[in-house]
Design a binder for this molecule. Structure first.
Ligand code: HEM
Length: 468
């Protein structure tokens, strides 16, 4: 028994060492970018993941870039890796999804998201799910019901601030985006009993995504897998109920209702689709709200211009009249503020890819099977690509095209975020009511920090004053 254990141990250790050092020999065969592999097994992962403010490059990238240049090799997440801080290479990677590179999130994430999740599927299955997502967003985004839902949820949350002198904004923003997405996706309101059950399970599910992947009862990972299966049962029960009462209920316009009519998707794919929408639409959008609110608190002139824009839209409307799609189209400076918060705040620092074959880019060889990490924040904060890159300056977007290689907050190519428009719409409508009803200040040490998922050090405490 003990002999068997040692044999497994020795073979395992040998395998791991081989995994680490074999690529070093490989390197001699071609011009793989310069860099270092760091420690056996862990490589340089800990240095790479060291927290830093999200509007900075962080010590690891700063140091490696000045030592090896914008494209370098490393050993990250148990794999030899090419890291790219280069605008052109990042674009090339995103545009060649499925041909030269493929989305490759760490295996444990698959266990939680499920095999039908859009984030982990590739090829035709991915294409099928993605087309459904794009058509759902385009059907929904300008529908009056949807716009009114967003606005009433914003008004409702701001109403609860009436007698408060301070709020933890990241919590308020999460409440807002969760209520919007759960209404949008499943037609549920905060009063429905399933809403709080789904929220609880969903939070457990998200904690699992950033935990150690050990399937031992009681660990965050195992709890996340169980939470996913409970959410899945709840969604399946809602699907069943709607099927049973089809025709007897009032007409709904949520994602699930539209999905019911899509017969190319199985029930499991529909459930995964709902989870993907919750996952994609909740944390990222609430973080965008926090970034905007935080950066505006240090930028009085941008806040002034933003207020004037929303005041002039409000002046054209009746008291208490809801915003519509035409009003949204008038929010031009708001879009500049949002774009600048996306550039400067870097919600998604990088994405995971893998080379499907040996790829030659300029003088670099990227060997087949290696991990490839395009780092979006490095391009967003590059002073040779954005003037005064380390300043929050929304006006730059009056003359800069947002559809460019230098700006990829939503990724690009065939995996570009399908929810980008929804996120911007939600933030714009919330800001419309926020800037007209409150003034706020923040603490200097309450900074957005990349862990690499971004969080505010103190949750973004706002000190409030009502606007008279
Ligand atoms: C500020 C808000 C958001 C940011 C910064 C963001 C960012 C991103 C990025 C960078 C990707 C690409 C991932 C990759 O290439 O591996 C992505 C994909 C995705 N996002 Fe978003 N997102 C946001 C909002 C949303 C919303 C509101 C939804 C849904 C309602 C959503 C759903 C998705 C889905 C389903 C994918 C996978 C797409 C695919 O693989 O084809 N996102 N997002």
């Amino acid at each position: 028994m003990a002999g068997g254990f040692w044999l497994v141990f020795v073979v395992g250790a040998f395998g791991l060492i081989l995994n680490h050092f074999l690529p070093l020999f490989f390197v001699r065969l071609g011009s793989v970018p310069k860099g270092s592999f760091g420690w056996p097994l862990l490589g340089e992962t800990l240095g790479f993941l060291k927290p830093h403010t999200s509007n900075s490059l962080g010590a690891f990238l700063q140091d490696h870039c000045s030592r090896y240049g914008k494209v370098f090799k490393s050993h990250l997440f148990l794999s030899p890796t090419v890291v790219s801080l280069d605008e052109e290479l990042n674009y090339f990677i995103l545009q060649n999804e499925g041909k030269l590179f493929e989305c490759s999130y760490p295996k444990p994430i698959h266990g939680i998201l499920g095999k039908a999740s859009m984030l982990v599927t590739v090829g035709d299955t991915h294409k099928k799910l993605r087309n459904v997502a794009l058509s759902l967003v385009s059907i929904t985004k300008s529908k009056p019901d949807f716009l009114t839902d967003i606005e009433s949820i914003a008004i409702c949350i701001l109403h609860t601030w009436k007698d408060k002198q301070q709020v933890i904004f990241s919590e308020e923003a999460r409440k807002f985006t969760f209520n919007v997405i759960i209404k949008q996706v499943l037609g549920l309101t905060p009063k429905d009993p399933q809403t709080s059950a789904i929220l609880q399970d969903f939070l457990t599910f998200m904690r699992g995504l950033i935990s150690l992947p050990l399937y031992i009862p009681g660990t965050p990972y195992a709890r996340a897998v169980q939470a996913r299966s409970r959410i899945s049962s709840m969604v399946k029960a809602i699907i069943e109920e709607r099927r049973r009462y089809a025709g007897n209920c009032r007409k709904r316009s949520d994602f699930l209702e539209i999905l019911q009519g899509v017969d190319t998707l199985s029930d499991d794919e529909k459930v995964s689709f709902i989870l993907d929408s919750l996952l994609g639409g909740y944390e990222t959008t609430s973080l965008l709200m926090s970034l905007v609110v935080s950066f505006l608190s240090h930028s009085p002139s941008a806040l002034q211009t933003l207020k004037a824009e929303h005041q002039s839209i409000r002046n054209m409307k009746q008291k208490d009249e809801y915003l519509n799609w035409e009003d949204y189209k008038k929010m031009e400076f708001t879009q500049n503020v949002i774009n600048e918060a996306l550039r400067y705040g870097n919600i998604v620092k990088f994405v995971h890819r893998r080379a499907l074959k040996d790829v030659k880019f300029r003088e670099h060889l990227i060997p087949s099977g290696w991990k490839v990490l395009p780092i979006f924040s490095a391009v967003h904060l590059d002073p040779s690509l954005h003037a005064s890159a380390l300043q929050f300056h929304p006006r730059r977007w009056e003359s800069q095209d947002q559809m460019c290689k230098r700006f990829t907050p939503f990724g690009g190519g065939s995996r570009c975020c399908p929810g980008s428009e929804l996120a911007k719409l939600e933030v714009s409508f919330f800001l419309h009511h926020l800037v007209q009803n409150f003034r706020w200040t923040t603490e200097d040490d309450d900074q957005p920090t990349a862990y690499p998922y971004v969080e505010f050090t103190r949750g973004l405490v706002l000190y409030l004053e009502p606007c008279s």
